[in-house]
Design a protein around this ligand. Structure first.
Ligand SMILES: [Zn+2]
Length: 160
């Protein structure tokens, strides 16, 4: 696969300490295209779209905002989320001009806890990027798929 001419500068912005303390790529040696393609394929096999994952994260973010930093139920109470506010904004490492609120969303679901950020929704929706393997904030597609399925069944009975 031919390397994207912009990949080098994107990778530089994704390095630890540039835009975020831990960076976006972890120990992943694959090209960005390979990372994105592998995760997209896993989502496709499960019948889940990046938009659905991003919508769930946006919904969790909105729920967490309403909860004012206390654990707040989302997805019909099947998921609870609390927001740990970090001051400021973080620009998208792909250089598209988007800036997200800097915050950590701590998501409690089915006895597990994982941490997302508002930037995840943008990275997944616009760039199909779940972050590299070993990255502090990589969202495993399997976890994203489980979350979408949980929230799908919760919203199927919703009346709004
Ligand atoms: Zn972007």
């Amino acid at each position: 696969m031919k390397a994207n001419p912009g990949e080098r500068s994107i990778r530089e912005r994704m390095a630890p300490g540039v835009l975020s303390q831990d960076g976006f790529l972890g120990t992943d040696g694959r090209s960005l295209q390979e990372i994105v393609a592998a995760d997209r394929a896993e989502l496709e096999r499960a019948g889940v779209t990046p938009d659905e994952v991003a919508d769930v994260i946006d919904g969790l973010h909105a729920a967490a905002d309403r909860g004012l930093e206390t654990p707040c139920p989302a997805c019909d109470g099947r998921v609870s989320v609390e927001e740990i506010e970090v001051m400021g904004r973080i620009p998208c490492p792909f250089g598209c001009g988007y800036r997200a609120h800097k915050a950590v969303l701590r998501v409690h679901v089915a006895g597990r806890v994982f941490e997302l950020t508002p930037l995840h929704a943008h990275l997944i929706r616009e760039h199909g990027f779940f972050q590299g393997r070993g990255a502090a904030f990589r969202l495993e597609p399997a976890d994203a798929i489980a979350l979408v399925r949980l929230c799908r069944t919760a919203s199927s009975g919703a009346t709004d």
